[in-house]
Design a protein. Structure first.
Length: 378
């Protein structure tokens, strides 16, 4: 790359987010993989398990996100899952939610780049690189500062990441320049988003400045509260399924709520369904690569409906999600309204729209009083 390259030339071609809703032929393609071998057959089985989760109306589905997914063009898929009640909670790295989704909701973009770029030149031009994708560092600083502005409006105290991200969604209802946003859709659909390592992202910079400016009374993020709230979801809804993109903290955090529920004395079974898309090598013994069968030895995941898919997410996730979307197994699902329920338990005013008057309670909701009591005790 010539040192004289103009940054406008580098930030010219934006990443486009793939739209699974316009691709009904995905169903036939994925079903044809059933009679193939290796990763193709694994992918079909994972898609089938996701479809089973959606048809099990008692099952609460938790989506976990790790890796650079939104900047890679997968945002619209996740927005569509949220808007069509195909996921009930999200656990993610902070980068996906803040640096990438919230960043784009503010009107900024990610751009097609090159993995062979001269990074010294990029640094001089204030362009950040994620493999073959570029981000305008100056715009990212605006995202950092916007999280500070949000923190400045809140009463001092300890918040879960879910509570802070809820306020980010509230902010977007008034200020979003791009309403195709996971944070905004989750706010509007009462789907909680947790970022267990929330300070490890753009929000961390904003919170550092917020706390320095207000040393005596400021907002802080309580990671134990995150874990408690996510565990409350397992107590409120015993049947759960996991759709995991990548591994890392979101994967382990979400699997561990079964153990946490057991420790507090709740009757919470292992996650009934689980699929994971990963490129990690199981031989390194790391969390991201650990198999779902291995998780069963820890009492976290049942092994009847589990499937690992060894694939890069931008290839496998559109096929799995598109298959489940066009199979329409989600049409009879009722929203779990977890954000509103957690807010009510914490004494907050709900930020979600009221449920339709003709909404019928699911089997899980009919037994909600007992579950509510157990969850409130956490």
């Amino acid at each position: 790359m010539p040192p004289t390259m103009d940054r406008r030339e580098l930030l010219r071609h934006p990443i486009a987010h793939i739209d699974i809703t316009t691709q009904p032929a995905i169903v036939e393609l994925v079903e044809s993989m059933q009679a193939m071998a290796f990763s193709a057959r694994d992918l079909y089985r994972a898609a089938d398990i996701f479809d089973r989760m959606l048809r099990d109306t008692d099952c609460a589905i938790i989506l976990t996100l790790a890796g650079s997914l939104i900047s890679a063009g997968l945002k619209k898929i996740i927005v569509d899952l949220v808007q069509n009640t195909m996921v009930d909670a999200i656990v993610s790295t902070g980068a996906n939610i803040v640096d990438q989704d919230f960043f784009e909701a503010l009107g900024f973009r990610h751009y097609i780049g090159s993995p062979y770029a001269d990074d010294a030149v990029l640094r001089a031009l204030h362009i950040d690189r994620i493999y073959d994708t570029y981000i305008d560092e100056d715009e990212l600083r605006i995202c950092d500062d916007t999280t500070r502005l949000i923190a400045d409006t809140l009463a001092p105290g300890a918040y879960s990441s879910r509570e802070f991200i809820r306020e980010m969604g509230r902010y977007l209802t008034r200020h979003a320049r791009n309403r195709q946003s996971i944070v905004l859709a989750a706010y509007e659909k009462s789907v909680p988003i947790f970022c267990p390592a929330f300070s490890d992202c753009s929000a961390g910079f904003g919170l550092v400045v917020h706390q320095l400016n207000r040393p005596a009374a400021h907002v802080s993020i309580d990671s134990a509260k995150d874990f408690r709230e996510l565990t409350q979801l397992k107590v409120l809804n015993r049947e759960t399924g996991l759709v995991m993109i990548g591994g890392g903290v979101p994967k382990n955090f979400t699997q561990d709520i079964v153990v946490a529920a057991e420790i507090i004395g709740a009757d919470a079974p292992m996650h009934k369904y689980a699929i994971q898309i990963t490129v990690a090598d199981v031989r390194d013994g790391a969390l991201s690569s650990s198999t779902l069968r291995e998780a069963s030895s820890w009492g976290k995941v049942d092994t009847v409906f589990e499937q690992m898919v060894y694939s890069e997410a931008t290839l496998a996730f559109p096929l799995i999600a598109g298959y489940a979307y066009h199979r329409r197994g989600w049409r009879n699902r009722q929203a779990k309204n977890f954000t509103a329920r957690l807010d009510a338990m914490a004494g907050h005013a709900s930020c979600s729209p009221p449920a339709p008057r003709d909404a019928r309670p699911t089997t899980q909701e009919q037994s909600a009083p007992a579950a509510q009591t157990a969850a409130s005790a956490i």
